[in-house]
Design a protein around this ligand. Structure first.
Ligand SMILES: C[S@@+](CC[C@H](N)C(=O)[O-])C[C@H]1O[C@@H](n2cnc3c(N)ncnc32)[C@H](O)[C@@H]1O
Length: 186
């Protein structure tokens, strides 16, 4: 990771898609990952990795048989992610709404876990709903969609797609403190 990289500057410049001004804490990243079974997961997808705050925590826990695919739309963040040298990491510069087709292009599908930092509540509604539908569709039957948000406003939209089982957690050691949703497909 380049030390010169200025997350704050890039995030402020693109606030409508970053939804924050500082990277997530490792406490938030690790709480997002607490329900991930790294010993059984074959494919983990991360949406909105930014400059890699959550990505780095996933990579620390990744087992040799697992692939991590990251989807990022921001050029500067994408270029930063390319600096992470890890044989099991694939970084795709595409929007999360194209998850299925982009995974197909690299011969992957059937996702075990989706770990998302995308600021769903500030995106245009059609886009955030498209991302949720796409996520639901690529997940395995036993799959889990994990999303953090700074408010509880988006709960009802998540519930429309992941109607079966949503549990909630909270991480105070983050700026701002964040809620985490664990949305089971079945
Ligand atoms: C809140 S930042 C999170 C960055 C990092 N994961 C963290 O937690 O510090 C949200 C990220 O989502 C990315 N993003 C926004 N819309 C996206 C989309 N449609 N597809 C993929 N990434 C997107 C932004 O560029 C930004 O990097």
């Amino acid at each position: 990771m380049s030390t010169k990289f200025n997350f704050f500057k890039e995030a402020v410049k693109n606030y409508k898609t970053s939804g924050t001004i500082v990277p997530s804490s490792r406490f938030l990243a690790n709480k997002m990952l607490k329900n991930v079974n790294f010993s059984t997961a074959n494919l983990i997808v991360e949406l909105g990795p930014g400059n890699g705050a959550v990505t780095k925590q996933i990579l620390k826990k990744l087992q040799p048989h697992t692939t991590l695919v990251c989807f990022e739309i921001n050029d500067a963040f994408y270029n930063e992610l390319l600096l992470i040298d890890h044989p099991q990491l694939k970084v795709i510069k595409a929007s999360a709404e194209f998850l299925e087709i982009e995974l197909e292009k690299i011969g992957l599908g059937a996702v075990d876990y989706i770990v998302s930092s995308i600021p769903l509540s500030i995106l245009p509604k059609e886009l955030s709903v498209a991302i949720l539908k796409e996520s639901f569709s690529v997940l395995k039957k036993e799959g889990l969609f994990i999303q953090f948000q700074y408010t509880l406003f988006y709960y009802k939209e998540l519930k429309k797609i992941f109607s079966k089982n949503i549990s909630l957690s909270f991480e105070p050691i983050n700026f701002p403190p964040a809620f985490i949703y664990y949305c089971a497909k079945k």
